[in-house]
Write a protein that binds this ligand. Structure first.
Ligand SMILES: Nc1nc2c(ncn2[C@@H]2O[C@H](COP(=O)(O)OP(=O)(O)OP(=O)(O)O)[C@@H](O)[C@H]2O)c(=O)[nH]1
Ligand SMILES: [Mg+2]
Length: 424
């Protein structure tokens, strides 16, 4: 897809086959369009059981679309679905406008946002995979143009086919090269994770719909509990501000430590290739001990957004991880909802430090529930163990006895095993 000019007017168009969340999905498309420097000049909807296999919309609707585009002087239509290569080609031929499907639009936004090497590779792979089956269309079109009104000779046609095959091979080669590059980056991430697992620090991952406030919560918690050199992550009022996973270590006042990761946000119907390409980035979430789902509670569509998150997590294969729900942006609420019950959800505002304190208490209840309180008697000759525990653990009580230091201390299972010789 070519880069679009600032606020280019487009028509957005969708098929309504009575799906439950059609309105939501169209409003989401409007937001995606705005995120790609385009404005919605008009919305066109067709009520139809299933798409027309050749042109996606029915015949009459295609004519209506052609006239609408001409009368508004709009040359681009964004369709709320992933179309087949031939549907795009036929629609473009018949309506004389450029057709961008939902998948291409999302890929384009991701491409614009990608900053790091890893994100760029992931998006590029997904874009090439999207292009691969669509290659025939553009090459054939070019061929038709080259051969003119008389049509191509047999020889020309043959040369064209060869060129198409060549282009396909080139794209396939590029994909495998990019994959190999991405694997190298992945390997070091896997090593880092293995290292951390050895240290037995529990980890939590922020997940959820894009723009819900994940990065804002991450930054708030870093400010409160981060280590000196911990950097803030990027937060902004835009779709897909975060494409890379960031991991930070947090230390609570009682010395309990955990890792928190901030991940890419979701939107409904995320392109399969994109989800596939981002799997390695989402490995942090896949291996988390706790998922913290952040929800924009002030958005009337928050329930659909929660469903989108659930669907996307399922698609990535993330399941059976304990989850807490953070209903964020409470300061913007205009409706009063009934109070939430249960110890796995909380209503808060990410910008309010008191809220974040409450959130941390909730995270603590879940992440450290396997901690045990033990009494240790450590001989004075093992002063290093006492200083280690003073640094790293929550000491509830210290007594100096004749035969050593007695500590009442909270320990993880691994530390309990490590220090079991001192347990009394
Ligand atoms: N009013 C209000 N705004 C908030 C709150 N939390 C986050 N925001 C704003 O919401 C916008 C999006 O926040 P981010 O933290 O970047 O959202 P995200 O979930 O990381 O989004 P992606 O990275 O795009 O998935 C920013 O402009 C934040 O300032 C909140 O509690 N109240
Ligand atoms: Mg973010």
């Amino acid at each position: 897809m070519e880069t679009t000019q600032a606020t280019q007017p487009v028509i957005i168009a969708g098929l309504n086959n009575n799906q439950a969340n059609f309105d939501y999905s169209m409003s989401e498309l409007g937001n995606l369009v705005a995120a790609n420097q385009m404005t919605v000049a008009e919305t066109m909807i067709q009520n139809l059981e299933r798409p027309n296999p050749a042109t996606y919309f029915g015949k009459g609707k295609v004519e209506e679309l052609t006239q609408l585009a001409a009368s508004l002087a709009v040359d681009t239509v964004v369709v709320n679905d992933e179309l087949t290569p031939s549907q795009i080609r036929n629609l473009e031929e018949q309506s004389k406008v450029r057709i961008i499907d939902r998948t291409a639009l999302i890929l384009e936004i991701f491409a614009q946002r990608a900053q790091t090497k890893e994100a760029k590779l992931q998006v590029e792979i997904a874009q090439l995979q999207y292009r691969l089956p669509r290659l025939r269309t553009s090459v054939n079109q070019r061929l038709d143009q080259q051969t003119g009104a008389g049509g191509g000779s047999f020889t020309n046609r043959g040369a064209g086919e060869t060129k198409l095959e060549m282009n396909r091979r080139t794209i396939k080669n590029s994909i495998s090269h990019l994959r190999a590059e991405l694997n190298e980056i992945d390997k070091s991430a896997v090593t880092r994770r293995a290292q951390r697992d050895k240290n037995d620090i529990p980890n939590a991952a922020l997940v959820g719909y894009t723009n819900a406030g994940k990065s804002t919560i991450m930054n708030g918690l870093i400010k409160l509990f981060g280590i000196d050199d911990d950097k803030q992550v990027f937060e902004k009022d835009m779709l897909f501000a975060t494409l890379d996973t960031s991991v930070r270590q947090l230390t609570l006042p009682d010395n309990k430590q955990f890792l928190l990761s901030d991940t890419v946000g979701f939107v409904s119907q995320l392109p399969t290739h994109l989800v596939e390409a981002f799997k390695s980035t989402l490995a942090e979430a896949a291996q988390a001990d706790l998922l913290i789902q952040v929800i924009d509670y002030s958005d009337p569509h928050y329930k659909e957004m929660m469903q989108t998150t659930a669907d996307t997590l399922a698609e990535i294969g993330i399941k059976d991880i304990p989850t807490i729900n953070v209903f964020n942006k409470a300061d913007k609420l205009t409706i009063e909802y009934p109070a939430l019950e249960g110890d796995d959800q909380i209503v808060l505002s990410a910008q309010d430090p008191k809220s974040l304190q409450m959130l941390v208490d909730l995270i603590r209840q879940h992440l450290f529930k396997n901690f045990v309180t033990a009494d240790l008697l450590i001989p004075f000759s093992n002063g290093d163990v006492v200083s280690f525990l003073n640094d790293q653990a929550n000491i509830i009580k210290t007594e100096y006895l004749a035969n050593g230091t007695k500590l009442k201390v909270e320990l993880s299972k691994v530390d309990l095993e490590r220090f079991k010789q001192y347990v009394v």
